[in-house]
Design a protein around this ligand. Structure first.
Ligand SMILES: Cc1ncc(COP(=O)(O)O)c(C=O)c1O
Length: 324
């Protein structure tokens, strides 16, 4: 299957209407569509939502608000370098936690040990691949008991749910990316979701140089109106995208790939990736093949992370993608 952005051609008409309206009304930033995108996403995700120009800006807002400067933040090594780098940029120290082999996400027992060892102020939990981390409930409980902030990296997790909860609502905040390859994309963009009113208020100022009191020292991480209009259209389409991907997986991929990543009861994946544990022809490669702890020169061993880096592959799965 050829790479295809998850965009429904039927939505072009309404998108062009939105863009015409933006051009006519002369407000190309900080306008009605950013607000509309946030409202739609909040209602979809079940948490207050603040739009950013990227995942990175939203991540920095959350890390700064929770005061990670000079403190340790735990992070999985099996993730994109964006996750640990956000901590470095916010002035924190990063230490890495191993992953589990069944879901590729953070391992609970290693997290327990690392909390004891490093006494972190926060943990980044990454929902790698498009499903919810299988141990999210236990991890949220553990963080709460230890007074550690839990941040969810939802950059892969659009459309993922477990029971009635969507990614980003287990922890203190979740951060989505709308980069061009994601299940739901606006080209570039990010969304912070949180039920912490203080963080939501801080984030709205952080993305806009602290306007107008200038007590919050943020920079420009605003989303423009044209991008937000795509976000509105995409949020209305997300359920269709997730249903389509799940039906495609059930019908065409599951029978061919018995040795695949299998989800627990009640979990729905947004299928950013379809992950298998056998080498396959025409794979799109690995989610990540270079563990972050190695890139950052940490000399400890994370055996499951190393195993995962060499023993998983991704089968192409794109919304209405053309078969080749
Ligand atoms: C796990 C993960 N976190 C964070 C990001 C960063 O997102 P953005 O490029 O929108 O800043 C990505 C992007 O690919 C990602 O895969």
């Amino acid at each position: 299957m050829k790479f295809t952005i998850g965009f429904e051609k039927e939505d072009l008409k309404v998108l062009h209407q939105y863009w015409d309206e933006i051009i006519a009304c002369q407000q190309w930033s900080e306008g009605k569509f950013t607000k509309m995108f946030e409202e739609k996403w909040a209602s979809y995700n079940g948490a207050d939502s603040v739009a950013f120009s990227s995942w990175g800006g939203a991540a920095l807002a959350a890390l700064e608000y929770y005061g990670v400067k000079g403190k340790t933040v735990l992070c999985p090594s099996n993730t994109f370098m964006a996750t640990p780098l956000s901590v470095v940029k916010a002035g924190g120290r990063v230490e890495f936690v191993d992953c589990a082999k069944d879901d590729l996400c953070m391992d609970l027992s290693d997290l327990k040990e690392k909390i004891r060892e490093y006494k972190p102020v926060a943990v980044w939990l990454v929902h790698i691949g498009g499903h919810i981390a299988f141990r999210v409930n236990e991890i949220a409980k553990l963080c709460k008991e230890n007074g550690v902030r839990l941040l969810e990296d939802c950059a892969h997790a659009h459309g993922a749910s477990w029971g009635d909860k969507k990614a980003g609502v287990w922890g203190d905040a979740g951060v989505y990316s709308f980069y061009a390859t994601k299940t739901v994309s606006t080209g570039e963009g990010g969304m912070l979701v949180t039920n912490d009113k203080g963080l939501a208020e801080f984030s709205r100022k952080y993305r806009n140089y602290g306007k107008f009191e200038y007590k919050v020292e943020g920079l420009n991480y605003r989303m423009n109106e044209f991008t937000a209009a795509i976000g509105c259209v995409q949020t209305a389409r997300i359920d269709d995208i997730v249903v389509w991907k799940n039906e495609y997986a059930r019908k065409y991929l599951d029978p061919r790939f018995p040795n695949r990543l299998k989800f627990p009861e009640g979990m729905i994946s947004g299928y950013y990736k379809y992950i298998v544990f056998d080498p396959i022809e025409k794979s799109t490669g690995k989610v990540y093949d270079q563990p972050c702890h190695k890139i950052m020169g940490k000399n400890y061993s994370l055996p499951n992370t190393d195993w995962v880096a060499s023993n998983h592959w991704c089968v192409p799965i794109y919304y209405k993608g053309e078969e080749i």
